[in-house]
Design a protein. Structure first.
Length: 191
């Protein structure tokens, strides 16, 4: 579990990221400065840089926090639970938390070519932390963990694309996640 200082840091990062996202959505990524974000959040520019090394990182702050939190939740799951079920349960819970802000962030990323590659890099870093936690929890070898976490990420991505393609009805999102995980269930049920 993260200590009070780390939880406070995460909360401030999340707030700064939310303010930045709102401004990026309103004006476009390129038309917002760090000064604009800091002013809107009621902090100094220097404070902003304590939490994010660059403006781009404010877009991805949630990805880093999400990866850390998912890894922490995986570590806390029941010991006998198969790895695939563990990933499904934890990631399903995270998908349930996705809100309009997350969709707005994806739109900003998709509409800003410079952010798309960086997003994939950040997601891969988060997946690495998740894989480490899964390996520690299950004792599976690196190849099996890499395969499982990659498949789980693909399941989430495909469910999200289908959800957006079909109009994004709120009650369909988790059903699509469940369907994706069921269809990709490993042949070895204990994995």
């Amino acid at each position: 579990m993260a200590g009070l200082r780390e939880r406070t840091r995460r909360a401030v990062q999340a707030e700064l990221a939310a303010v930045a996202l709102e401004l990026f959505t309103e004006r476009g990524f390129d038309d917002v400065t760090v000064d604009d974000i800091a002013r809107a959040a009621g902090v100094s520019k220097r404070s902003f840089f304590r939490y994010f090394p660059a403006k781009e990182d404010a877009v991805f702050g949630g990805v880093r926090l999400m990866g850390d939190d998912i890894a922490e939740q995986i570590t806390g799951r029941p010991a006998g639970e198969p790895a695939w079920e563990c990933l499904h349960a934890v990631l399903r819970e995270w998908v349930a938390r996705i809100d309009a802000g997350s969709r707005a962030a994806l739109r900003v990323i998709e509409s800003t070519p410079a952010l798309r590659a960086r997003f994939q890099q950040k997601r891969e870093e988060a997946r690495g932390r998740i894989a480490e936690a899964l390996a520690e929890r299950t004792g599976l070898d690196a190849f099996a963990v890499d395969l499982l976490t990659s498949a789980a990420a693909t399941a989430i991505d495909c469910a999200a694309r289908e959800w957006l393609r079909t109009g994004g009805a709120e009650d369909e999102r988790l059903k699509l996640v469940d369907t994706a995980f069921d269809r990709l269930r490993p042949a070895c049920a204990g994995s």
